[in-house]
Design a protein around this ligand. Structure first.
Ligand code: GDP
Ligand code: ADP
Length: 233
């Protein structure tokens, strides 16, 4: 009896009063989901599959100085920029974050973030591990997912089978894996994308997003620099 009374007191102190209807219809904030992991882990394949399944989300198209691969579409997969144009963008402060990844520039245009937030949908960003570290500082309330293959052999096989990289480019990507793996514990979730089981990894990501929307206590409120770019200040 006294325990019950104690519990009631705790509830009164810590839970703001709500009605059932109010709680059931509580609006949920769009999530920012950051998908990262080694090259060849399957990040792009997962995102492509989620688009095919018509999962409602806004994908942030990042910019790169690397040339398009066969099948990649400018403005859909990346904004493909020349090195000179990218460097001019860096000088002009156009990027929320940028890094040199496997020898090419990669960066998130600030206006892409503005568009993403205006969409009102969950926002998905795919960046390398350095980018994830920067975003953790800039958007601490984001959900960080580390995608991995189930073995190094699987990774090598996939990078070779993708057929988009030179042997040097594959070697550079494999060399980076050890360093990238050191950061796994900084992520909120680890998703394994097993060979021929892409849909299981997609299901894991959807489950994470679903659970995050059911949080009683949302992640910390959004704050700087999800605000206007310097040019408009
Ligand atoms: N830091 C950062 N990384 C990015 C950005 N856009 C893409 N990347 C990452 O850059 C890495 C290399 O991308 P890509 O050249 O497409 O090759 P892949 O990893 O071999 O598929 C991937 O891990 C991407 O997630 C960005 O804006 N910033
Ligand atoms: N679960 C999977 N089973 C088999 N092949 C896969 C799987 N996931 C991705 N791949 C293949 O592996 C290669 C690398 O995937 P990709 O999505 O480009 O990785 P990332 O974007 O992380 O670099 C691609 O050729 C892709 O088709």
């Amino acid at each position: 009896m006294s325990k019950r009374k104690g519990a009631e007191t705790m509830e009164t102190v810590f839970s703001p009063a709500v009605t059932l209807e109010g709680l059931a219809q509580r609006p949920t904030q769009p999530l920012v989901v950051v998908i990262s992991g080694p090259s060849g882990a399957g990040k792009d394949s997962l995102i492509r599959r989620m688009k095919e399944l018509q999962v409602p989300f806004h994908f942030v198209v990042t910019a790169t100085s690397r040339p398009p691969r066969p099948g990649e579409v400018d403005g859909v997969d990346y904004h493909f920029l020349s090195r000179e144009r990218f460097e001019a963008g860096i000088r002009a402060g156009e990027f929320l974050e940028y890094a040199v990844v496997y020898g090419d520039y990669k960066g998130i245009p600030r206006w892409e973030i503005e568009n993403a937030l205006a969409s009102g949908k969950d926002v998905i960003l795919r960046v390398d591990v350095q980018g994830a570290a920067t975003l953790r500082r800039l958007i601490p309330e984001a959900v960080f997912i580390f995608v991995i293959p189930s073995s190094r052999e699987e990774l090598i096989e996939r990078l070779r089978a993708r057929g988009t990289e030179s042997p040097e480019s594959i070697a550079r990507r494999l060399q980076a894996v050890e360093e990238e793996l050191k950061h796994w514990a900084e992520f909120d979730y680890v998703v394994v994308n097993r060979n021929q089981h892409l849909d299981e990894a997609v299901a894991d990501i959807l489950a994470i997003i679903r659970a995050e929307h059911r949080r009683a206590h949302p992640r910390a409120a959004r704050r700087e620099p999800m605000s206007p770019p310097p040019s408009s200040r």
